[in-house]
Design a protein around this ligand. Sequence first.
Ligand SMILES: Nc1ncnc2c1ncn2[C@@H]1O[C@H](COP(=O)(O)OP(=O)(O)OP(=O)(O)O)[C@@H](O)[C@H]1O
Length: 668
Amino acid sequence: MASFHGSSSRHGNLEITSSLEVVSMPIHGQVDVEKGFRNDGIMLTWEDLWVTVSDGKGNRRAIIQGLTGYARPGELLAIMGPSGCGKSTLLDTLAGRLGANTRQAGDILINGYKQALAYGTSAYVTQEDTLITTLTVKEAMYYSAQLQLPNSMSKSEKKERADMTIREMGLMDSSNTRIGGSWGVKGLSGGQKRRVSICIEILTRPKLLFLDEPTSGLDSAASYYVMSRIAQLDQREGRTIIASIHQPSSEVFQLFQSLCLLSAGRVVYFGPAWAANQFFASNGFPCPTLQNPSDHFLKTINKDFDEDIEQGSIGKKTTEEVIDILVTSFKSSDAYQEVRRQVSEICKQEGGAQEKKRIHAGFLTQCLVLTKRSSVNMTRDLGYYWLRLVIYIALSIGVGTIYYNVGSSYNSIQARGAMLMFMATFLTFMAIGGFPSFVEDMKVFQRERLNGHYGSTAFVIGNTLSAMPYLLLISLIPGALSYYLTGLQRGLDHFMYFVAVLFTCMMLVESLMMIVASLVPNFLMGIIAGSGIQGLMILGGGFFRLPNDLPKPFWKFPLHYIAFHRFAYQGLYKNEFEGLSFPGSQTGGRGSIRGVDILRDQWQVQMGYSKWVDLGVLLGMLVFYRFMFLCIVKVVEKGLPGIQKIMSLRANQKQQIMENPNATPIHT
Ligand SMILES: Nc1ncnc2c1ncn2[C@@H]1O[C@H](COP(=O)(O)OP(=O)(O)OP(=O)(O)O)[C@@H](O)[C@H]1O
């Protein structure tokens, strides 16, 4: 479950706010527990904000340069500018979501305080729609409502909220359509997916909403309806909305209260949207009659396709010169002074005491809903388990026919060993086939986690529980086919042990692949890393080279002891060979030889403990792997922002020292 603690400081030097560190809020006012949100709004200010990235050669490039601005409750602030000007970066910075290779400097204050945003107070709709494609719009919304809304709301109230939000975004007609987008299923259009993403994030009625290109993929009418509904919501409920937007129509433009116009990370204009036209005109770039003002602004400051621009009676100027004129003019304008005055006024307002706040579905509800949602997804996604089940069945029929009725001859010793090794190794290895689905799961989890929908523990529990029935099925059916066709040792207990080892190994490989997916979200790299790790463990497992023949450094110590294959092989061997006897030679001479003697003397199996200990170790490893998965998810979530914060702090101090060598570094 998420931990909700953190600290805040007033007017410190640098802060990275993060919705991961879901924390305390100093906002005064009442908590509307019934509805799951507070009554009062959020005022966000930023002052002299810089963001730099490394160019890989030791130099840093500024992508946001000294921005100052504010966003107030009940207002829709639009961030506009040419592609690559830093709109998404500004949103990410304000929401505390900058990437690990970036450094940030400057103040970001919430209601005049430096703090992370509390759960449910902010939501971020990213540019990329990361949705569970197998669900219908209604299902996606219902599950999300059950996860995000507090237990104090009844199930029907949550459904009602979800239905209302679907209606608000004009998705009623497609509410029973699967989101789609995989396995050749078209599902929703790009614009409809965009609206589903917005719906999911506005379910809790967050007080602060970040929208990155909410209208991309929408036609002009849909853009207007979506933006007008967002604008209505912000006025009705005192929400603070910051949206980056590419090319609003003039109707959409009229919905904006404030406008932040960026060019190459610098502010060209910040202030009331209606006054932007006047600002351009006063600098010699009036908007031609009948032209959409936003088109005019973007055309004037887009230097990607540099062309000379006619300026009043002065003549032509390059776009670079035009941008410099506008940036300089804005810095010396009354509008800029007004921005600074507003920022300092908001910062002066006294906030109430900090308090912890968490209003969302309880931990058990989250685990249950996530298990259910994940099960539905696994059932509908052919690539998750069904395809694998078909291949497993085909392979086990292959194994069964190759080793058909293996008998108890001398040659059957080697055949039994090879068959068991194949089952424990290659069948479990194929869990890699589910990696694309794991990656999609991880993407959805990361989005939902960043927006504080639920905690990582609930996710790991939900994922584990939902996978279990399917893995049991694909251990049982192919396991039974190969076991009985081969004619391995009779007795239900032997068969059940065989299935239990297969099941545990499959769970282990899945856990390993989930760990890889959380560290390497890239599909190809993940498959390479996952199969590489497994390949090493197979080599060190004690089949291809007997345990005593394994080179001691690395292969024997530690690999042989940490590779789960060793315990799987040894457990399966004991399960099969204990209680059986074989002829002492190929011709049947030299009497008979006991299965246990073969294991101890020839295959160097540890016979000092029973097969149940091997299974116990495998189960222990499974718990450890799942726990490790949870820890990695938490470290990625909490550790990286922490490291980033320290690095930013250092960068900021260094910058200060360079600017003023006599100054004392500020410690936040
Ligand atoms: N983590 C990063 N590392 C390196 N460069 C980055 C990083 N984040 C952003 N940039 C660069 O900063 C610039 C601004 O990027 P950003 O995504 O903020 O632009 P944008 O205005 O949102 O563009 P678009 O409208 O096309 O989405 C780009 O040149 C981008 O390559």
